[in-house]
Design a binder for this molecule. Sequence first.
Ligand code: UT7
Length: 363
Amino acid sequence: MGRFRREAGPVRPVGAATYIGPILRTPEAEQTMHRTEFISTGMYVPERVVTNHELEGYMDTSDEWIRQRSGIEERRWAAEGEGGSDMAKIATERALEAAGMEASELDCLIVATLSPDHFFPGTGVFLQRKLGVTDIPCLDIRNQCTGFLYGLEVADAFIQTGKYRRVLLVGTEVHSSGIVLSTDGRDTAVLFGDGAAVAILGPTEDPDRGVLAVRTHADGRHAEKLWAPAPACVNKPFVTSEMIDAGLTRPHMEGRDVFKHAVTKMPAALIEVLEVAGHTVQELDMVIPHQANMRIAQAVAKGLGIPDDKMYINIQRYGNTTAASIPIALHECIEEGGIRRGDLVGFTAFGSGFTWGGAVVRW
Ligand code: UT7
């Protein structure tokens, strides 16, 4: 592409400029533009632990079926009245403490969720209010399991351009109020869990560190393969008791088809960002995949030749927390010492939409 090279990795001027991700880097701009680093992370999951055995009491399922098909052993359910913004508030306070920052130092909130506190306004403004902050932008992102990576791509662009210096990126979900605890809803009820996690992002002075590449994708031809048909503003009114009785407000999923696409798109997304960043799978120190299904993560690892100890999996404890799953896994992996400064860390996600994406970060 002429004088501009669409490539991340160490900043390399090509002619007068180097095109890195979405940003045009001129020599002048390189004086002021910085990569995005993860300053700190924080997570919160509700206290209530729901085991597979407990679910056996609500529907025709079994601990064995759930473990074998998904790897899930337990998940968390939010308490009555506990919303995504409440969980995100606690996760944010933990991340702020880890960073030695005050909420007032945040410049922008980006909240990824498919289970907002309310139909509108977005969860971001409720979180902002609970954090005691005013007058900073709150952007809600609706990209389901890929939401955190979509949010990372937006945050990265904001930070690279210098528009914002401290971006709070949140993934938070309350699924327990949307699933149906009966045999009719068992295909999804056993998979999803509640939780929240955040990352505080900002510019790094070190040109070799930070987000090297992030790419997101979507294919709306598959929108109804994992969706909640109602509430829906295409209907008047947008929800009725008949829709609820017919199960239209619960998630509907063509599980096998979703699985089939996930095991091809997730590795492809990771390879794409590695190529953009000028790295290989073998160089990865850790991969944080979206926690949809243990078998999906294992298939991705096997297909790419990634050893088990470099593919972080915690789905056993939390189930699928959609937009919160990557930041929860990232936070726990860091806490366990699985990611250290200088490591090359890969991210990959796939989910409803279909949407998918990847990122690679020099920690
Ligand atoms: O977050 C991103 C999006 N989600 C995913 O990535 C999920 C992708 N899909 C999957 O992970 C898997 O397809 C599932 C775990 C959802 C299901 O595993 P599967 O091996 O594809 O099972 P299946 O849907 O083909 O169902 C097999 C059987 C069916 O019974 P019959 O027709 O063989 O008699 C289901 O009715 O298992 C039955 N079944 C259950 N049985 C016990 C479905 N759900 C349950 C359940 N407990 N909870």
